[in-house]
Ligand binder design. Structure first.
Ligand code: ZN
Length: 130
């Protein structure tokens, strides 16, 4: 990516060439998303753009254990240095999670009601035939 090399600096990161779960070397590239700044790393002024570091972001698939994983890992001290996003403190994701949980709970309840009805119906058939 010529734009990145000419105008932006690349931050420090580690790139895995083996699976991070099973250590297999059968990783296949899925997608490379290019070079991106850290999420939530908001800049304070216009001149900060020229110093902003970018990081490669790509996904790989392990053909041994089927884990989809990021290949590049940024050091935690860098990643969370100015990290202010706390999912529990922001109300919108918390509300969406509550709604999603209720939907899952309702779906599971319906599933178990149908399952118990099927089991009860089967037991009736067993009583008839026995
Ligand atoms: Zn693996």
């Amino acid at each position: 990516m010529k734009f990145v090399k000419k105008y932006k600096s690349i931050g420090r990161y580690n790139r895995y060439t083996i699976c991070r779960f099973c250590f297999s070397d059968k990783l296949s590239k899925v997608i490379h998303l290019g070079y991106v700044p850290l999420a939530g790393g908001f800049l304070r002024s216009q001149k900060d753009f020229s110093h902003e570091k970018l990081y490669p972001s790509s996904l790989a698939f392990c053909e041994n254990c089927f884990l989809l994983q990021t290949r590049e890992v940024i050091d935690a001290n860098t990643l969370f240095k100015d990290y202010f996003y706390h999912s529990s403190a922001i109300k919108t994701p918390a509300k969406k999670t509550q709604i999603s949980f209720r939907i899952v709970l309702c779906s599971l309840s319906s599933f178990f009601i149908i399952l118990s009805a099927i089991i009860m119906n089967k037991n009736k058939n067993i009583e008839y035939t026995a």
